[in-house]
Design a protein around this ligand. Sequence first.
Ligand code: ME8
Length: 526
Amino acid sequence: MGEPYYITTAISYPNGKPHIGHAYEAIAADVIARFHKSMGRDVRLQTGTDEHGLKMAQKARDMGITPAQLSDEMSQSFIDMCAALDINYDVFLRTTEPRHHRASQELWKRMEANGDLYLDRYEGWYSVRDEAYYDEGELVEGEGGAKLSPQGTPVEWTVEESWFFRLSKYQDKLLALYESNPDFIRPETRRNEMIAFVSQGLRDLSISRTSFEWGVKVPVAADAETGGPAHVMYVWVDALTNYLTGLGWPDETDAFAKYWPANLHLIGKDIVRFHTIYWPAFLMSANLPLPQQVFGHGFLLNRGQKESKSLGNVTDPIELAERFGVDTLRYFFLREVAFGQDGSWSAEAIVTRCNAELANSFGNLVQRVLSMIFKNMGGTLEAFSSTGADDALLATVRAAAAEELPREFAALNFSAGIEAWMRAVFACNAYIDEQAPWTLRKTDPERMRAVLLTLFMAIRDLTIAIAPVVPTAAGKVLDQIGIPGDQRGFTAFAHAGWYMERVATGEALAQPVGAFPRLELPAEEG
Ligand code: ME8
């Protein structure tokens, strides 16, 4: 097994069904996980649901059910979304699991043992929608003078006895972390925001609540000290701990030894503060190693607008996948959006992009070449002597598939990586037009074979490179061209001799079937 690679998504609030933003994040994380797996790493992908807190409690009350019923029902719809989008996670963690309560309490005890917790009274603003505390100075004015959080959500004045975490103590340590580890927060804009925020000074953080019960109980010893009402943890304390729970912590498991610290916490831009200020401070306090990187991706908008119930433009990602195809949707998100920035989707944009690139440029190339091999060579492959044009094409393809795309994907620049891949696809299409194998069939069958076999190798490389994005379609192509399961990763490129091996076997190919269908836009949306 290769080097370990641990990637996590945010855990979603199951207070409603998954939306397009949840799908986007899950897809990006899955592509990253598959990419690293293809590079030979020992990958672990964790996702899940964040089931405690006031937001969940209030939603359940509104629906006339218990918070436990709400989280059971809705968390299943996140599991269903993952299945529908081909998200190949290793762990789906629910924060209501007993092992998660135990891990959260252990983290609490370690922070307490380090002298970082104290009891006081919290007075300040709280947004239930964000599950976040805000300083007066951060609030913005909404319609009619209403106070809103910087995310535009309502805030309420809260006064409560509360445990506090000495966040202020970690201000300099956090700034030193950002300084010495420039890749800890990405992209750069998010890093700058966090440095500015921490530089202004950090206040201690209220980390328990007494006004409701739906949460992880603070450890008994701490609770006994207060003599007052029982405290439950502030939902973000337990939520962040999920990244440890999934590895079996606090037990000394093999998974924890192997995968912690995480390589990447992939989250959205609205929750960067929790992951790059609170989380590393909690971990430092508990004397645990820090994750290597937190990446705050952008938001996905529907024709430039935020999806919301009031606008009536909320999209069910499962329906979207059924309508356009899972691979198509995955390709569109990663290709269309510059990762880290906000992006916009529409049915036309999906159809236009995917028809032009996946169906017409790549799908057509595959279909044409494999059909010609099937019809004119009985599907049989054999060694051939190449010309300069063949070698040049293969060098272009190899550079895109084995170097440019992986370099960009490793840096999370998906659209740039796919663009490099697309240029190589265009090079194949230019080559096939120039070489015109359909003419060579009559004039020079030997040369036709060399051209088709060159394209066969190009297709193999290009399919392996794009497989993390479109796993099902790529799998179909690799099945058709008979690439064994253990030779479907980037690691195959490194194996000397492999390049010609498949061609030299003389085995016949199966009859090709299209893997990248053309999409139609329903009339009402055209
Ligand atoms: O924040 N586009 O849960 P959540 C892209 N439970 N991403 C989006 C998005 C959009 N329109 N809307 C939301 C939470 N997201 C917490 C996380 S982690 C220990 C706890 C992203 O269900 C959002 O940024 O509100 C977050 O990364 C994820 O979806 C879950 O959001």
